[in-house]
Design a protein around this ligand. Structure first.
Ligand code: ZN
Length: 296
């Protein structure tokens, strides 16, 4: 009897353990993670920048004369899609030299640890997000899901420039969504013209995050406010974001036609993207101040 009970207990434990110990932890279940993970055919966005993410979780590959830079790796579950996308474009995983991130949430960096192993690339991250990445998503003012801890090779400050070959990417710290949320800027050339590119970060407010009297980050609203100012000040012709709908990826890729202007050149879209999130942020503050609760 006793050993049978023990066995049943073991079975129950086994059933539950994977849920809490998978790289994408149970907290993630508040997000539509399956919906985010449909395969998407990789393609060239503009110039030397390629889309290698899933249907929703954007990952960007930048080709340089000295190898490749990868921004974001999506979820652990996305790894086969992202690797397959990179290889189907004819790139070699081992040519990835530097891995960057938009921010240290599981849906953008959970693939980092394995990708680093497969490529030997160096992981660069803002100081504040490196703390979260090295804890496997457990640290930070509002953890949303854990993942395999990532060893960060280089810590970045605001304004630091990452160089590989002829490509330079500048880090602009835009804290709020995470403490080390980062926008990346670069330039790209296409058809003899040079464009300013912004890889925008996430500016949404996650469910349950308070802007007023936040116990784990009292000045979070101030941080968001400053970050909106930073983002609005960046010169931008082409913008991308960590979730494909942020920059209407699917709609724009459908409009890509040879001989036509590249639909990803969308300076107005960038300003609208920022303004939309800034409005949501201001409305949440008003709701909270009126005692009507936090985010939706
Ligand atoms: Zn996020």
């Amino acid at each position: 009897m006793k050993s049978k009970t023990c066995r049943s207990l073991a079975v129950v434990l086994l059933l539950f353990l994977p849920l809490t110990s998978t790289p994408s932890g149970a907290a993630n279940l508040q997000f539509p993670v399956k919906e985010w993970n449909h395969p998407f055919k990789p393609f060239r966005l503009i110039g030397n920048i390629y889309y290698v993410g899933t249907s929703n979780l954007a990952c960007f590959l930048i080709q340089t004369k000295a190898g490749l830079i990868l921004i974001d790796t999506a979820m652990q579950e996305s790894a086969p899609i992202v690797r397959g996308n990179i290889e189907s474009l004819g790139f070699k995983l081992t040519d990835i030299k530097i891995m960057l991130a938009s921010h240290a949430h599981f849906d953008h960096v959970a693939g980092h640890a394995d990708m680093k192993k497969a490529t030997g690339a160096k992981v660069y991250a803002s100081k504040a997000d490196a703390v979260i990445m090295e804890s496997g998503g457990k640290k930070g003012f509002h953890p949303v899901g854990d993942y395999k801890p990532i060893k960060v090779d280089k810590l970045l400050n605001d304004g630091d420039v990452v160089t590989l070959g002829e490509v330079k990417l500048k880090a602009h710290l835009t804290p709020g969504h995470t403490e080390g949320n980062t926008a990346w800027t670069t330039t790209v050339e296409e058809n003899g013209k040079t464009y300013n590119v912004v890889f925008a970060p996430s500016m949404s407010i996650n469910p349950g995050v308070l802007m007023v009297n936040n116990p784990t980050w009292p000045k979070v609203a101030e941080a968001y406010g400053k970050s909106f100012q930073v983002l609005k000040s960046l010169p931008c012709d082409v913008f991308f974001g960590p979730h494909a709908p942020f920059f209407a990826m699917e709609e724009k890729v459908r409009r890509m036609k040879p001989g036509q202007p590249n639909p990803f050149i969308d300076p107005e879209g960038y300003q609208k993207f920022i303004a939309g999130y800034e409005k949501a942020y201001q409305e949440q503050i008003k709701r909270e101040q009126a005692g009507k609760g936090g985010s939706n």
